[in-house]
Design a protein around this ligand. Structure first.
Ligand code: 5AD
Length: 352
């Protein structure tokens, strides 16, 4: 337990310490201890609030070929779709009516959505809903593009680093992609004043304890305002079809560790966690998460945003089911709130 005490007291881990902590990941007593501390910290900064984000998956076209992802370029079996600007605004409209005050535009890296088109879209959403936060999650772009989108009104940006271990990054991605480029994007986004979300999959093929230790070290170095982690889930049309899914238990353990390392972070209980365990969302909250991202995409397209097998999209995680989600969250002892849910404070570490 010494290593857990060290983490709790200092909110910091060296790589060696991270490795030692991870060696105890299966220890239920330690997981409970860390979860208790994580919940206490979240409580002190955010009370019992759980923030919601309306997720709009607006295009599944992607020029990248990440080996784990169901919508990668190389998967010829995906029926591709792309929402029009008007359709996206309709999603925002129904989301706003339901109470959402954050919209997340997520998509593959789709060349159709040029800087010009994205900028127009961002401006239109921010003009129509000035009281809402807008989060983008559209992959790697140049610093100039990020700057333009920020100027147009985008507030936040999600870009998971996927793994901070160089060798592991190479197992998950084709040669034309690099961890260095991904990290540069994250630092650019942060310097441009976005609230930034990094993150990784838990249990992706080739991941070792060493990789996870690197992830924890990188998160401390970057100091993101948001961290999205979820179990890897195999997709049948990828080279990893036969690989085992990541562990829910390890994901929960890591959520607690990340809450302690970055106490004010906004941490979603992710869709992948909800996919792997029907109580995944509640378990995520009990481990230190404080965000849920219900799906606001048009019903007709939901199945097509097929990142991994059995991805849930029409149950509790659907925006239409907000009332039942509210009840579930309340039963778990939390309060689902309709606020922007900005990061609670200044950036507390990292290069900028
Ligand atoms: N399993 C779990 N998560 C995945 N993602 C992509 N493919 C998978 C998969 N097979 C995650 C990536 C990406 C996010 C949008 O979805 O981490 O950043």
């Amino acid at each position: 337990m010494e290593i857990a005490d060290k983490l709790i007291q200092t909110h910091f881990l060296t790589k060696e310490e991270a490795l030692e902590l991870l060696a105890h990941a299966g220890n239920k007593e330690m997981a409970a201890r860390l979860a208790q501390e994580a919940v206490k910290l979240r409580q002190s900064y955010y009370g019992n609030k759980v923030f919601i984000r309306g997720l709009i998956e607006f295009t599944n076209h992607c020029k990248n070929n990440c080996y784990y992802c169901g919508i990668r370029r190389g998967n010829g079996k995906v029926k591709r779709y792309r929402l029009t600007e008007d359709e996206i605004l309709e999603c925002c409209d129904s989301g706003y009516e339901l109470g959402f005050r954050t919209f997340v535009l997520q998509g593959g890296e789709d060349p159709y959505y040029t800087d010009e088109r994205m900028t127009a879209l961002v401006k239109r959403i921010k003009e129509t809903y000035p009281d809402c936060a807008l989060t983008l999650s559209v992959g790697e772009k140049s610093r100039a593009s990020y700057a333009q989108l920020r100027k147009a009104g985008a507030d936040r940006y999600l870009l998971r680093h996927e793994t901070a271990d160089e060798k592991h990054y190479g197992i998950l991605h084709p040669k034309e992609m690099s961890l260095a480029a991904r990290k540069q994007c994250l630092y650019d986004l942060k310097e441009l004043g976005y609230q930034v979300g990094a993150g990784f999959m838990v249990g992706s093929p080739g991941q070792t304890r060493e990789s996870l230790a690197e992830d924890l070290v990188f998160l401390q170095e970057l100091g993101p305002q948001m961290v999205g982690i979820g179990p890897f889930v195999p997709h049948h049309e990828t080279r990893f079809a036969g690989e085992p899914a990541g562990s829910v238990e390890l994901t929960l353990f890591l959520l607690s560790v990340i809450r302690i390392l970055l106490p004010k972070a906004l941490l979603p209980a992710t869709t992948a966690l909800g996919t792997m365990d029907s109580d995944g969302r509640e378990k995520g909250l009990a481990a230190g998460a404080n965000v849920i991202m219900p799906n606001l995409s048009p019903m007709k397209n939901r199945k097509q945003y097929d990142l991994y097998d059995n991805k849930i999209s029409t149950g509790e995680e659907a925006a239409e089911c907000l009332d039942s989600l509210k009840r579930r969250v309340a039963t778990a002892g939390y309060r689902l709130v309709c606020e922007r849910g900005d990061f609670a404070g200044e950036q507390f570490s990292g290069r900028t």
